[in-house]
Design a protein around this ligand. Structure first.
Ligand code: SF4
Length: 256
């Protein structure tokens, strides 16, 4: 779907239907990430939050930008219970560096318990269906519950990241919330130039060969010449590599 078509598809499910018209009018075309964040702060105040995985530099770049615009910005991270220690360490570093309200969102304990009792703790290696089930229970459902309390949220998605993200719109509807992706047009080099220029804290595993850091059992370092996404769910086809957070189906196939 083209960006225009996707943006036009913003529906009346939004709490504020007037936003659809704003998007359709091309209001966000040509705006810089900082300009989009400024608009978001003015429009939503405390009714939006930044989604940050602490496993990619993009969310941290946006947090750095946001902290220059809004005091004590809201940030949420989905704690799947399977993240590497490096990611938990980064959350604490970021908490010290920025005066941000970091909200840690957990899956439902009972759902996790029932899943692992039926399928085992390492079910994700057994089939695509079981991997998606794990992502749905540990990521997608907690995300849906959290987002139901927001009017908008901001992500660090970029079109360049994966074939599944080539058509990512700058702004779209996600249930009742407006989903805002200020970095869609940025390149990998743009992101890392910002990190260096502003000394943004990032996950230490990046320096150990991890382009992105997800759950510990589902992420590995890549070798020279490998695609950056090769370290996520490396036993699957490229086209299935989404966790469902950023696709239009509940159990879809990314990694945050
Ligand atoms: S990335 Fe792996 S461990 Fe994490 S939720 Fe998905 S399947 Fe489960």
């Amino acid at each position: 779907m083209s960006e225009t078509a996707a943006e036009t598809a913003i529906s009346a499910t939004l709490r504020d239907p007037s936003l659809a018209g704003l998007v359709d009018s091309g209001h966000f075309d040509g705006m810089s990430p900082a300009e989009i964040l400024t608009w978001t702060v003015e429009k939503f105040g405390d009714r939006f939050a930044l989604q940050c995985s602490f496993g990619n530099p993009e969310g941290l770049v946006l947090l750095d930008m946001l902290s220059r615009i809004q005091p004590r910005p809201r940030v949420f991270v989905l704690d799947t219970g399977r993240m590497p220690q490096a990611t938990y360490d980064l959350i604490d570093r970021v908490r010290d560096r920025y005066d941000a309200r970091i909200e840690v969102v957990f899956p439902e304990a009972r759902a996790v318990q029932e899943m692992v009792e039926e399928h085992g703790v390492n079910l994700f290696y057994e089939s695509l269906e079981k991997r998606k089930l794990c992502c749905r229970i540990r990521k997608v459902e907690p995300s849906r519950r959290y987002l139901a309390g927001l009017d908008a949220y901001v992500t660090g998605l970029r079109r360049e990241q994966n074939v599944t993200r080539e058509d990512t719109p700058r702004v779209s509807a996600d249930g009742t919330a407006l989903k805002i992706n200020p970095l869609v047009d940025w390149t990998h080099d743009d992101v890392w130039a910002y990190v260096r220029q502003h000394d943004v804290p990032v996950n230490r595993l990046h320096s150990e060969g991890y382009p992105t850091v997800g759950c510990e059992p589902c992420t590995r370092a890549i070798r020279a010449g490998e695609d950056p996404r090769a370290g996520r769910w490396w036993w699957e086809d490229e086209a299935t590599k989404e966790c469902g957070l950023h696709v239009g189906e509940e159990e879809g196939g990314s990694g945050i």
